[in-house]
Write a protein that binds this ligand. Structure first.
Ligand code: ZN
Length: 306
């Protein structure tokens, strides 16, 4: 491999001189944008983050080619509509103008001739509009409804992620779960149940457990948990598996269900996405909102009301 005048072996992931990772050269996202994303999700290295949270950083990246296509089509339609009526206008102006200029305008034959001339122009304009204008309007509407494809697919994200975290192993990324257990430590003030194993690591590594004295468990272990007097808080995505958990134990539901998202103006966009809402909060937001929800025994969405 050759980069910035430095030669290095092909199996090396990045240039030892400038740090350029060649995999990013043909990727949908630049190495700089990726690096910015890592910086932003971790609040400049302050918080541990999951891969889903990092992916959520790049969710808004769209293909611009679709947008260019859309704008071109709309401009064409906008230009086309007046054009198609131009025939009517020209026929009207010509026939009325010539009729009044004509010295023989009292002659009924001339009047009939100009009327026919005008109707002919009108007929052509409507025909032209019908053949081209209506399909164009339909196409334009479809283009407006079309949501552009995500530029960075999850598969590509994973490929890049694998190389990135090999080159930068010290980034605070949680790449696999290691903290899953079903033993309740003595003296905790509550239990927090989460939907994904990796979120257990997230709360442990970001000192949530230490600071709030609340143990965190994966909801996979709900049936194995011994009976205990401490309150159980349940933080989940929205899915059908939630109902049996809620009925099997008495838990305090801190969010969220899909209806919450319908109601809440700031979170309506979450419904369009393919990820769990918890993944879409930055690590800082998720930690603060959960702390708030546990203290107030309310949904974490209430944190965003204030
Ligand atoms: Zn280089």
């Amino acid at each position: 491999m050759n980069c910035c005048g430095t030669k290095y072996p092909a199996n090396t992931l990045s240039c030892p001189e400038c740090g350029r990772i060649s995999l990013f050269d043909h990727a949908a996202i630049s190495q700089d944008r990726w690096s910015q994303g890592v910086d932003s999700v971790s609040s400049s290295g302050l918080y541990y983050f999951t891969q889903s949270q990092l992916f959520a950083e790049f969710l808004d990246e769209k293909t611009d080619s679709t947008d260019v296509f859309r704008i071109t089509l709309l401009l064409f339609i906008l230009a086309f509509l007046p054009m198609s009526f131009l025939g009517v206008c020209v026929a009207l102006i010509l026939s009325v103008g010539l009729f009044f200029l004509s010295p023989e305008r009292h002659n009924i034959g001339i009047a009939v001739m100009f009327t026919v001339f005008f109707l002919f122009g009108l007929y052509f304009s409507i025909g032209f509009w019908g053949f081209l204008g209506i399909p164009l309007l339909v196409m334009g509407t479809m283009c407006l409804w079309h949501t552009p494809q995500q530029m960075l697919s999850f598969a590509e994200f994973q490929r890049l992620s694998q190389v990135w975290f090999q080159v930068y192993p010290n980034d605070k990324a949680l790449l696999g779960s290691s903290c899953v257990s079903n033993r309740i430590p003595l003296g905790v003030q509550g239990l927090l149940l989460v939907d994904q194993d990796i979120l257990v690591d997230f709360f442990v590594h970001n000192s949530f457990v230490l600071k709030s004295n609340i143990a965190v468990f994966s909801s996979r272990f709900i049936s194995d948990l011994p009976n205990s007097d401490v309150p159980i808080y349940f933080l989940h995505g929205s899915g059908p598996h939630v109902a049996p958990i809620l009925s099997s134990r008495s838990v305090i539901d801190i969010g969220w269900v899909e209806e919450d998202l319908h109601e809440h103006p700031s979170f309506r966009e979450f419904l369009k996405r393919d990820l769990l809402p918890v993944d879409l909060l930055s690590p800082q937001e998720l930690l603060e909102a959960t702390r708030f929800a546990v203290q107030k025994k309310r949904s974490i969405l209430c944190y965003f009301d204030t």
